[in-house]
Design a binder for this molecule. Structure first.
Ligand code: ZN
Length: 114
């Protein structure tokens, strides 16, 4: 995945939901298997959020560790890399259950004083 298009998606979502109000904080959930780098997203963010209502908004990253479940022995375990065999029984029948998440959790906007 390319961080630039991902960052553009985050910006689009945030602006759409803010309804024109200045955005102060954005919380993003990213699974460890997405291979997205926080710093990279932050880098693009600073560029593309310029001249929008989201300029200066703080990005908060919530990382989800990768997990897998073995269909052979039924155990759940933390995955260090994708494609490994089950560490308990050596089976390759493992299903990834967490780590591929990517979504915008919440955005916070500045209160507008009337
Ligand atoms: Zn197993």
């Amino acid at each position: 995945m390319h961080e630039l298009s991902i960052t553009q998606t985050i910006l689009d979502i945030a602006l759409k939901h803010a309804g024109g109000a200045p955005i102060t904080d954005i919380r993003i959930t990213i699974g460890d298997l997405t291979s997205m780098v926080d710093d990279c997203i932050q880098f693009y963010w600073d560029i593309i959020s310029e001249n929008t209502n989201a300029v200066g908004a703080k990005l908060h990253f919530n990382r989800i560790p990768a997990r897998a479940k073995c269909e052979a022995c039924g155990r759940d375990y933390t995955l260090k890399e994708e494609g490994l065999l089950c560490p308990h029984c050596g089976s390759h029948r493992v299903v990834i259950t967490a780590g591929k998440e990517f979504f915008v959790d919440s955005i916070e906007v500045q209160e507008q004083n009337q």
